[in-house]
Design a protein around this ligand. Sequence first.
Ligand code: IVH
Length: 669
Amino acid sequence: MDLQAIKAKISALSAELHLHNHAYYVLNEPQISDYEFDMLLKELEQLEKAYPSLIDPNSPTRRVGGDITKKFEAKAHRFPMLSLSNSYSEQEIIDWAERCQKALGEASEFVCELKYDGVAIGIQYQDGALVQALTRGDGQQGEEVTSNVRTIRSIPLKINDNAPKDFEIRGEIFMPQQNFQALNEQRAAQGEALFANPRNTASGTLKLLDSKEVAKRGLDCYLYGVHGVQNLSNGHFEAVQKAKDWGFKVPDPKLRMIEKTTSIEGIMDFIHYWDIQRFTLPFDIDGVVLKVNSFEQQEQLGLTAKSPRWAIAYKFKTQQVETKLESVTYQVGRTGAITPVANLKPVQLGGTTVKRASLHNADQIQKLDLCHSDTVQVEKGGEIIPKIVGVNLALRASQERIAFIEHCPECGSELIRQEGEAQHYCPNEQSCPPQVTGKILHFIGRKALNIEGLGEETVELMFAKQMIKSPLDLYHLTFDQLLSLERMAEKSANNLLQSITASKQIPLERVLFGLGIRFVGETVAKKLAQAFKTMTALSTASLEALLLVDEIGEKIAQSILAYFSDPENLSLIAGLQAAGLQFEVLQKELQSTILEGKICVISGTFETFSRDEIKDLVELNGGKVGSSVSAKTTFLIAGANMGPAKLQKATDLGVTLLSENEFIKLISQ
Ligand code: IVH
């Protein structure tokens, strides 16, 4: 291909990927599978790798980040970024609406919107492409966070041809609650300090220097204002809906996220609706925003020093109730971390019954100066789990302080608390029940060894019956043993054993992740596997060697050293190796010739392996991978959601279909 043709190919691939990105992240209507998307992206990545000079700063490949910012530069806003006056009082909102109408001397339309609880952003587009993104800063100058904003998938890098050539769009970047919870769970598992709420986390994330990290955190964005376009429409509501046609994620009137009304009753109805319904949204809002719709009327009303007269925010009161503390219990996590939990007299709050609140750690209990049977104030903020924010001292019944336990509630071991750490730990890793079952559950998890057919209850039951004490015991389970469990039928026992066998093909990096070494998450496990290639090399690596690996710092390195110096861990590792797990990065050398002369086509999505892993396995067993079904195809390795056309063709040609399990069985022979 000549350079011109490559340019054209890159541009066609990019356009296609932008389109699918929009379908997925803005419209919520994906048109192709994740796999097909990944394949297109990979193709583009490869072309860009070969021709770096052709990389567009708005290429779909930029979504994963990579740019490191040294310092966020201050840049002037083209239009000042104003703030809103706000109020907690409905009467003040009524007064505001009446004031507007009086000043205008005529009726006006109001737009009611959600007040997203995140960080304001102003994004410039020129000739159809994103060119700059600034935070609010002091309203006159903001910080340039363009590389980080490019990783947010609901923000288009390229927009439709019908958009104006030069304009700014403003909106709010936020972290959906689900991503916030997942991030905190991951941090808890790695012993890192938890983030307080989605808002602060979104704000902190946007200022991370490494855009790759930003890309991983799953920020999202709604756009709520168009600036710098003349004669776009008469009103704000219409302008925002036009932005939707250009490719932006804007609030949906069908979901009442934005609404026009001409009456004060209409405004109040919107406020009352969202005061209740806000808890059903997948992201936080802290109020609603009311704006005069007509641009002409907005101009007429003008601005005060800091905020426009044509808009106001109504803020919801944080819902708070008082209830009685009944007891404090302590949960033991997989890593041995102890979390105190307040058990409360059940009380209604924000549409749900609250019975429990997390107390986080000993410092939190001390800060609240919590006593037995205290009446506590419970608040539901952005977090799903409510928190205790204070104690009603007037109602204090007992002076007896809540004393943090000294021994593990599950196994009785004396707890430890290391210097500089907020959490207490139970050191009895090897036999404290929730730690053992937690570790087994982590080991069999989807991202680790992906052993299916074992839920939490069954693992606990098997542990109680002493059938499993460590992940290693899974590999010595027998059919009869499994049948002896209540509710385990022949079929499920067989499936479980099959899944255990299949896990022996899982690559080293996932085995490493599954071990649950403190601070060794998915990414770190991958880096370690790539760097050391074998479990033996890793387990005998020196501190210096560990520190040489990308992304491995002192804390992680020490944790790895500690893990591999514990004799119990070493015997687990030796056992797993003997059981036949992958202890080496799959070298590209033949494992068998069972597929020699056979052509396999891979289609659909799989449970145990990724598509790339299946492809590797075909090749490692002597087979060839074909791209489409033809008369030469031997096997069609069929995952879920395979296209019906492909299936029909394979059936017509008499190609043998293999399920993922059948394929694994075949190569494990
Ligand atoms: S309009 C002049 N609309 O609230 C109007 N702001 O102090 C400027 N916000 O910094 C903003 N949701 O970050 C507007 N639907 C919405 C909003 C919204 C959240 C934030 C924004 C702004 C702050 C107002």
